[in-house]
Design a protein around this ligand. Structure first.
Ligand code: ADP
Ligand code: MG
Length: 386
């Protein structure tokens, strides 16, 4: 439940006994203090008073606003897990992005193979069981059937790469960190692109240079966020040159590269005190961060099940423009919920006072009850528009 929903629950607890007692007082004491008023009149006024004070509109208007907000978002391919998410979205201050699969497509093309041509075959066998976007791309580039019986002892080392046994030889496939960890010597490469280094029995075999493409909407999404006053940060496990190149291209404010999964957690912990923080990722090596952020955004298309599970917001078509859209619509939802609260309480109080003075008959009482509910519903329906 959101703050506004809790407010209404508390409010009704105080409000209901008060109005019932007031109604009894009107019925019993009005004829005593005001000459000319009969008990018939006073009981009628008390009944009108009770009808007006029925808290229907109040109790339905808030959840209804949020349901409509959630419904409107889902029509736009944005799944939101509950009304607190809407509340948080409306006050978001900083947005942190994973690189691969979030800002970029996560579909790498092999642009070059250095060293031994066998590197691609070894890499494909090693990546056969991985769900990492790099793995999918290498398997696609290799394109041939994989004989699973040749592979044993697969071990995925998060943020580094993979180690497997292929026909009894130990194959390492991953970044420079992985090679350093196993003391493999390798030639340095300065080219732009993500490097996948391959080693066999701790001997360097070759380097596959792969390149990812920006999603076509990433730049625009970051700009819209900026226009709303939200700062952007990018986290990546990839090389510094690649991460910084991409950040510059889309206009990200700050970059943290060559992060291991636990370093991503540390960065987000450090940023959390600066204001409501959202994190968008695909869940591969970043599910802990998704859960840690005030708001986790998962990519519904390329995202892993763990990410979709841990996230608060799921973007079905992976389009980053949906993030500013979700923020704007949540702000609108909060506005409509507030209009409903102020409108319902305001009209009710006014008509209640009028009824106390005998200025509101039963017809106005019914308007203050059912009429206000209908107005709140109509107001909320505005959020369902696409
Ligand atoms: P990002 O933060 O860009 O999404 P990850 O944290 O998923 O990247 O991975 C960080 C780095 O670790 C990758 O850039 C890659 O060099 C290496 N890596 C991770 N998993 C694999 C894998 N299955 N095969 C090859 N390299 C990998
Ligand atoms: Mg990733």
């Amino acid at each position: 439940k959101t703050k506004s929903e809790n407010f209404i629950t508390k409010f009704s607890k105080v409000y209901t006994p008060i109005v019932v007692l007031l109604a009894v007082a009107i019925a019993a004491f009005l004829p005593v203090f005001m000459p000319g008023i009969t008990y018939y009149d006073s009981i009628e006024r008390a009944c009108a008073f009770l009808v007006i004070s029925c808290p229907c509109a109040l109790v339905i208007s808030i959840p209804l606003g949020f349901f409509a907000g959630i419904g409107g978002l889902s029509k736009n391919g944005i799944l939101v897990k509950g009304s607190t998410v809407i509340e948080n979205l409306s006050v978001l201050k900083q947005m942190v992005f994973d690189k691969t699969g979030t800002i970029t497509e996560g579909k790498f093309g092999v642009s070059k193979i250095l060293g031994n041509e066998n590197a691609l075959e070894y890499a494909a066998y090693a990546e056969n069981n991985s769900t990492h976007p790099i793995a999918t791309s290498i398997l696609e580039a290799y394109g041939k059937e994989i004989d699973g019986t040749r592979i044993m002892d697969v071990e995925e080392i998060a943020g580094h790469g993979i180690s497997v046994k292929l026909d009894g030889d130990v194959i390492l496939v991953g970044n420079e960190k992985l090679m350093n960890q196993f003391n493999v010597d390798y030639p340095r490469v300065d080219e732009l692109g993500t490097l996948v280094l391959v080693a066999k029995n701790n001997e360097y075999v070759g380097t596959i240079i792969i390149e990812d493409r920006l999603k076509k909407d990433s730049k625009q999404a970051i700009q819209s966020l900026k226009a709303t006053g939200i700062s952007s940060v990018m986290l990546s496990g990839d090389r510094k040159v690649v991460a910084e190149h991409i950040a510059k291209e889309v206009g990200i404010d700050s970059v943290y590269s060559e992060c291991l999964p636990n370093q991503k957690v540390e960065v987000v912990e450090k940023l959390l005190p600066n204001g409501k923080l959202g994190f968008a990722g695909d869940g591969i090596n970043d599910a802990p961060v998704l859960a840690l952020a005030d708001l986790g955004f998962a990519m519904g298309g390329v995202g892993s099940d763990a990410a979709i599970e841990a996230a608060d917001v799921v973007i079905m078509d992976d389009n980053l423009n949906k993030i500013p859209l979700a923020i704007n619509r949540s702000k609108k939802t909060m506005k409509i919920v507030q209009q409903n609260i102020v409108g319902a309480i305001g009209i009710k109080l006014l008509v209640l006072v009028m009824a106390g003075f005998g200025l509101a008959g039963m017809w106005l009482a019914i308007f203050a009850d059912v009429g206000v509910s209908v107005l709140a519903i109509l107001n909320s329906i505005r959020l369902l528009k696409k």
